[in-house]
Ligand binder design. Structure first.
Ligand SMILES: [Zn+2]
Length: 205
């Protein structure tokens, strides 16, 4: 039996089990990981680094996907609080704040700031679209990501719990112990798995 992360691990940004969502900002809010590296073995048009443990797992997953004929690319990885701020402001300016809130985190609340989240695409024009979930690469990742320690973080229909629309491109590294346990137990969102409160929106005020 797998022991699920403790509240302390969920709050600790250094922990591979950290929980970040609209109710759980990074603490400290400007936290920067100390072990960011450039993942090897796959295209990285974002130029973003990620944490070492996630990079090692991503490299193995990329090799397996390429072997299966469904290579993928890294289109976003670690994003600093400052980068998230400029992204969120840009999305809000073009789509309006309410729409931006459904797919982009406020600064200090993005899982990308942990260095453990990756956005992936197939290099064929499906970046950041729900259609990516139906591509060969998207389907392969959905089926196999747990074997490499990743979970599909924002599943279809889970916005009331996870706070975001379906994002078939966004994967979170949690390690294989947790990812395989989640798959085995049929739990599709991390909040439920760790027994945390649903986070559909930011706390008022
Ligand atoms: Zn993402």
């Amino acid at each position: 039996m797998v022991i699920r992360p403790s509240e302390q691990q969920l709050r600790d940004p250094r922990s591979l089990s950290v929980l970040v969502n609209k109710l759980r900002p990074l603490d400290p809010i400007g936290w920067v990981p100390e072990d960011l590296v450039m993942p090897a073995g796959l295209e990285n048009p974002s130029g973003h680094p990620i944490r070492a443990a996630a990079a090692a797992a991503l490299q193995v997953m990329a090799a397996a996907a390429a072997e299966a004929g469904v290579p993928f690319r890294l289109v976003s990885g670690y994003r600093s609080r400052e980068l998230q701020q400029s992204l969120f402001e840009g999305y809000s300016a073009s789509d309006g704040v309410a729409a931006a809130e459904t797919y982009s985190a406020r600064p200090g609340h993005s899982e990308h700031q942990t260095g453990l989240a990756v956005d992936l695409d197939d290099g064929a024009g499906h970046a950041f679209t729900s259609a990516f979930g139906d591509t060969a690469a998207g389907l392969w990742l959905r089926r196999h990501c747990a074997e490499f320690g990743f979970i599909l973080r924002y599943e279809q229909g889970e916005q009331p719990v996870v706070g975001y629309i379906y994002e078939p491109w966004h994967f979170r590294y949690v390690g294989t112990e947790i990812s395989l346990d989640m798959r085995e137990s049929g739990i599709i969102n991390y909040e439920e798995y760790v027994g945390a409160e649903p986070a559909p929106d930011y706390a008022a005020g």
